[in-house]
Design a protein around this ligand. Structure first.
Ligand code: ATP
Ligand code: MG
Length: 277
């Protein structure tokens, strides 16, 4: 394992997840290059939260751009924790979270993107997908929920769908929270130890865990085939929660800063207005 690790696989790169260390926490880019542990990460993370709060306000006020954040991970990979931590302080008015579960009968009676498209955020909004259309080439593939000929075509469908969104003013950020199988075990054990966390544990999670390698292969294909200029994948080392949160908040901030957003022009003559008693 080299010293640096790319966050974004190159477009066209065949992703091998064993080349990406889930424990990685080095080379944090930004003002605080020397962050080594949780305690040191507190301040920069807080700084990022405040920055994000401001950026989100302009995004909302300008109502021109849309940000769609896609979170994918194995169970206990930290999707919920990421949302809680990174979005802490952001005005809830401007953020929508959608958690995609197993499809309902009505959803299954449509094409696989039907239910997804309805939840794409509108202009000015940040939308977060907690799981997403990628489940349709992950669990659906591993569990053989549709024939191979059907899921194989979905990579192209996903790329075309994401291109439509990008062409419509949606900036798409896709994060795969990469944890190790050992880390998942520890997090599951934690959930079993703490009564307040029991609700987070489903016995079915063990059946998914048993197919870890198959899931990793399915993820590798999704990360390879659906890594496009208009919707790049980020492989986030996620064994260390503080590093995961820093990387994701930093990436969101840098993305929003590039949009060069402005508050809308005020109505003319505001300086002459006197508010009547
Ligand atoms: P947590 O990590 O807190 O348990 P979760 O995202 O795992 O959250 P659950 O309600 O436990 O939420 O699980 C949702 C389940 O729905 C997952 O197992 C996921 O794989 C499954 N799912 C999502 N989309 C699809 C789909 N298109 N087809 C089949 N299963 C799906
Ligand atoms: Mg679950």
């Amino acid at each position: 394992m080299g010293k640096k690790q790319p966050l974004r696989p190159d477009i066209g790169e065949t992703v091998h997840l064993k080349d990406y260390d889930p424990d990685y926490s080095g080379g944090f880019k930004g003002k605080d290059d020397k962050i080594k542990d949780k305690d040191e990460a507190v301040k920069p993370l807080e700084h990022n939260r405040q920055r994000l709060e401001k950026l989100q306000e302009v995004l909302y006020a300008e109502a021109k751009h849309t940000l769609l954040i896609v979170l994918q991970a194995m169970d206990a990979g930290g999707k919920d924790g990421t949302i809680r931590s990174v979005m802490d302080g952001v005005n809830p008015l401007g953020v929508g979270v959608t958690s995609f579960k197993a499809p309902t009968a009505e959803e299954l009676a449509h094409d696989f993107l039907w239910r997804i498209h309805q939840h794409v955020p509108s202009r000015g909004m940040i939308g977060i997908f907690n799981r997403s259309h990628y489940e349709d080439v992950l669990i659906v593939r591993v569990e053989n929920l549709v024939p191979e000929a059907v899921w194989k075509k979905r990579y192209d469908h996903i790329n075309a769908f994401e291109r439509l969104l990008a062409d419509s003013g949606v900036t798409i950020l896709k994060f795969f929270l990469h944890i190790s199988k050992e880390e998942q075990k520890e997090r599951f054990e934690e959930r079993l130890k703490e009564p307040d966390k029991h609700w987070k544990f489903a016995k079915g999670d063990l059946a998914v865990r048993a197919k870890w390698d198959q899931y990793m292969r399915a993820y590798e294909d999704a990360l390879t085939y659906c890594n496009t200029e208009w919707a790049r994948w980020h492989i986030v080392p996620a064994n260390k929660k503080w590093y995961r949160d820093l990387v994701i908040s930093q990436t969101i901030i840098e993305t929003l800063e590039k949009l060069d957003m402005r508050y809308p022009e005020p109505e003319p003559g505001l300086d002459k207005i006197v508010i009547p008693d």
